[in-house]
Design a protein. Sequence first.
Length: 328
Amino acid sequence: MTDTTSTSKPFENTGYWAVILGGSSGFGLATAKRLSRAGMNILIGHKDTEGTVETVLKPHFDEIRAQGVKLVTHNTNLFDEDGRGEVFESIARNAGPGKVHLFMHSIAAGACKLLIEDKGPDFKGKAMAGLADALKKEGVAVTPEVLRKAVNEAFHGGGADALHTLADSRIPYRDTLLEEPDLQRTIGMMGYDYLLWGRELAKEGLLSRSARLVGLTSEGNTVSWKGYAAVSAAKCGLEACAKAMAVELGPLGVRCFILQPGITDTPAGNAIPNFDLMKAEARIRNPSRRLTTPEDVAEVVCAMCLPGFDWVNGAVIRVDGGEAVSGG
Ligand SMILES: NC(=O)c1ccc[n+]([C@@H]2O[C@H](COP(=O)([O-])OP(=O)(O)OC[C@H]3O[C@@H](n4cnc5c(N)ncnc54)[C@H](O)[C@@H]3O)[C@@H](O)[C@H]2O)c1
């Protein structure tokens, strides 16, 4: 079980399962596919329309089955008690005692809303006016409005990432402000739900003797993006939960850790206000001049399921090519 090449199947004949909540998209789906290639059986919990399942997900699920592993999927709302019960019972029935080697919580269901109405200074308007004045001195007559239009065209249509501080985002802030139920749902699902599932799997004896419990945090654990307050709060809570679990479940051999991917082009990411501007900034800041991909993260999860990573516990590990530490 030490060959990590993409063609090897280190988990073949182990009977191991990967339980991936949020496994129909982004990091969850990429990990399901990667682990199926490594010989692990896969159980996915997700919430998508029937149309998406038929047209988008079916080929991915067929690809997983084609690896010769078992695949069980549950398209259900995991906020809902019935949905949670259905998935838990299915894990017990399909995987059975001691066979869940990876549990990954990759559900994105956060409220991205502002705390108060955004009334910051109009630094973009000021920049356009300054640029129009400078051009006038060069003998070029252009209004700030025309400049703004040109900047947006060059950014959104021409891939001019360096204009990210001047361009207007096409992912606006939500119409409504953040309410207490938004905080409760987001912190519940994206913060401590990982702990609830991990503890239950441990209590019922479903985890393998060296199981990995993986959650996903983001750079929003350190910086605050406008409209990201609830998710930021959830991420900090999630990291605290992983540390507590590392200590209390560690004696069972269970390893709990949190991965911190860089900015990644996924449906959940693209629902964050200003994410188009954030992606451009990340492409410039990242030392590899590209975004993180779900496959980058899946590769790391797969490697971390191997015995060589048995001593990693309670850690937050960045998987971002150096994005978070880069000053640009
Ligand atoms: N995209 C990024 O840039 C980025 C960066 C760092 C961390 N993350 C984190 O990674 C995790 C996964 O995000 P992603 O970008 O892969 O998202 P994604 O949109 O690609 O996938 C989200 C998954 O959650 C599932 N889901 C949503 N609501 C659900 C519900 N009520 N019940 C069951 N399933 C539900 C969806 O079906 C889907 O499988 C999140 O915790 C996110 O905060 C994302």
